[in-house]
Design a protein around this ligand. Sequence first.
Ligand code: FE2
Length: 304
Amino acid sequence: MGADASLIEVDWASFDPWRIQPVRHALGEHPLLQIDQLVALGKRLERTDQTFSFNSDAGADADFNTVARTHPNRNSTTDTLQRISEAKAWMLLRHVQADPVYCTLVDTVLDAIKPQVDRVDPGMCYRAGWIFVSSPHTVTPFHIDRNHVLLLQLCGTKTVYVWDADDVEVVSDHARAHFLDCHQLDLVQWHEAFRARAHVFELGPGMGVYMPLTSPHMVEIGDGASVAMSVSYNTDASRRRALLHVLRERLCEHHIELPPIGRHPLFDSVSHAGARALVDLHQLGRRMLGRSSISDGVPYALAE
Ligand SMILES: [Fe+2]
């Protein structure tokens, strides 16, 4: 079956992979996104580490790396999903592309947009899917991600605050680089004053938002329980941007300061080529020693 371009609506004429923009979708009635199927998925994932949850006391300033410990949800995955309206919990079903059934759903969504994305941002890879099931008035803490993201609201309402991918007043280049290098969010710190400079989206069913790599975001759930799906991916350009950030971070550790990414395109090209060659050499060395070597250019994200 071919891709269904009508599944996801974006203003493709003005689409810019580095600009936040609204999305509409037609996934609300999809059988795999109904609560009975999500409970069944939750049961399968409960045996793995692919569920992530915390309680409704966590606020915008919680650290995503520690919030499951500092604000634990003591109910089981199944119980939380079945009673989400009263559970006072935020739950994420992670890396659903690792589930053979849900992998087809991730592909259905991303295949629908790939021809349009490819025109301006080729090399789609590292596909992943994430399903968020949240009690009323829970908060997704302030954070950044390592991919381009399409956040799609299925049920309930939420307010999404998003900041530009290069807004260094909200998250410094150093904090972005540290996150991309070490996967740690300790330098991504929330301040209430940030709200004034956010792009704000009031999402209901059928609505969504596209967020480029490292766009800071924070979400507040409305008066009812919420179900949302996000699909994420990388491209040639997002992998290049991430590697440039990591290069800056590594050199910064040796007190070598590089200019901000994008200020000198030729310098970026030369430094990226050098960094890419080093990464490729490192991976080749690992393969020659019989060790595993995982590229960020593989088709699907790894459920690490
Ligand atoms: Fe996110």
